[in-house]
Design a protein around this ligand. Structure first.
Ligand SMILES: [Zn+2]
Length: 456
């Protein structure tokens, strides 16, 4: 009965009132006892109050090794009973699902809190910083990133900005559907900087928003949140999925937006995480056992169906079909070893592929491969013109492969990053194996310069 449940929670809260944070940290410690690949760290102040706590389990750390190049860090979730900020790190897996990398509770939003958090995160992830990190707009987060992840590309979450937009507008414009149509197309759909700037300025003047300070400020920050400005940044396009996508949102909504105690939080969190991982397993299973329907006689399409996960293959297949149906070559030119092929597209844009005919590495002005990691219709067409039956491996990103997670991953201490490690070696032996593995890797790096070296 609902009444019983309410009473149960009241009693639970009374019981844990003074020991809640301690129980939470003790729970993390227990997790580590069971599996040494479970990482956590925390700080208490002089009064014994919990300031910061961060954790990442073996699976999260393994996921980071596979998919951690692009990370979304979100600190906008409403807090727990103790007014602490819940701050999760997430990314996108090989099925384009949201994937959890680790999370923290922070007592405040000061720069030093973020510095502690990012340093701790780095420690958990073997010192490997993300290539790209997307966050919400806050000076203290930006400071923390500059200090701890100086080489990572930093961008703002476009979802957060667009979510705030309605409240920054007058009532009349807010209800204008034409305004939203144009604004969304301008922000999300602009392909070039010029296209974006022309359309933005035209919207601003048409709706008389020149004096809107908030919009003026967002325009001055445009390079850090408008996708047109980072089409060349590797995989930035998948951020549209990571940054507070529907799936990430519903995942976290199960245990935030509520004044929960730590103990209550943990119960919900673990269940939600289990569900997320279960969904990944289901997707793994169907990627391996389901044979997608092929629509062209091209070997490339078949190859794609064999290597890519079901979801990524779907995206790739769209490009293959489109290459077959709507990809008219306009002109072919040759500039030394570079073949330049132009295409006319429906939207009266011209696409240009420049292909090195020795390596078969090409880039296209639509930049689909750079931004989403999926070879575009134009590159596919050029490969066909060049009589390539198969896609060069360059275009098959490791992170989209069906079996990208099948290899065992270890951390610096030699812990196997699995939830239930069957590895019964003691710590010293594991450490030794890890050291040997690293040395062997160095050796291969040095030897690969020559055939002789590799034979030796
Ligand atoms: Zn293209």
């Amino acid at each position: 009965m609902k009444r019983d449940l309410q009473n149960y929670y009241r009693d639970l809260r009374l019981k844990i009132r003074n020991a809640d944070a301690q129980m939470f940290v003790a729970q993390l410690a227990r997790k580590q006892e069971v599996n040494s690949a479970f990482f956590y760290d925390f700080v208490v102040n002089a009064e014994g109050k919990l300031m910061y706590v961060f954790w990442a389990d073996a699976t999260s750390r393994k996921n980071y090794k596979h998919f951690g190049s692009v990370v979304s860090f979100d600190s906008t979730y409403t807090t727990n009973q103790y007014d602490m900020i819940f701050a999760p790190f997430t990314g996108v897996n090989h099925h384009l699902q949201s994937v959890f990398f680790g999370a923290a509770f922070l007592l405040n939003e000061k720069t030093e809190s973020y510095v502690w958090l990012f340093e701790t995160f780095l420690k958990a992830m073997g010192g490997v910083a993300p290539t790209l990190i997307i966050t919400d707009e806050a000076t203290s987060i930006k400071n923390g990133i500059d200090e701890v992840f100086p080489t990572s590309v930093y961008r703002l979450c476009m979802w957060h900005i667009m979510e705030k937009l309605p409240e920054k507008l007058g009532l009349v414009i807010r209800e204008e559907s034409e305004f939203w149509k144009r604004m969304n197309a301008c922000v999300w759909g602009s392909e070039t900087v010029t296209e974006f700037e022309l359309e933005w300025n035209s919207i601003i003047s048409e709706y008389g928003l020149e004096d809107n300070e908030w919009l003026t400020k967002r325009f001055s920050l445009r390079e850090s949140w408008i996708p047109a400005y980072f089409m060349d940044i590797s995989l930035a396009g998948i951020l549209r999925t990571t940054s507070r996508s529907e799936s990430a949102n519903s995942f976290f909504n199960r245990f935030i937006h509520r004044r929960l105690t730590f103990v209550e939080f943990w119960l919900r969190f673990e269940t939600a995480l289990e569900c997320q991982r279960q969904e990944e397993l289901i997707a793994d299973n169907s990627s391996i056992h389901r044979t997608p329907q092929l629509v062209t006689p091209w070997a490339m399409e078949k190859q794609g169906s064999q290597v890519f996960t079901y979801e990524v293959f779907g995206k790739f297949q769209e490009q293959v079909i489109s290459a077959r149906d709507h990809c008219c070559v306009q002109g072919i030119a040759q500039d030394e070893g570079i073949k330049i092929v132009t295409f006319k597209t429906g939207a009266s844009r011209v696409r240009e592929v420049r292909c090195d005919t020795t390596t078969m590495i090409a880039n296209c002005s639509c930049r689909l491969f750079e931004s989403h990691g999926i070879p575009c219709r134009h590159i596919i067409q050029v490969m066909r013109i060049e009589n390539q039956k198969k896609l060069p491996t360059f275009y098959i990103m490791e992170r989209w492969k069906k079996r990208c997670k099948s290899e065992s991953v270890y951390d610096e201490q030699g812990n196997l990053l699995e939830e239930n490690p069957t590895d019964s070696l003691d710590a010293a032996a594991r450490k030794k194996i890890s050291t040997v593995r690293n040395k062997l890797e160095d050796l291969i790096q040095r030897a690969k310069q020559s055939d002789e070296g590799m034979d030796f």
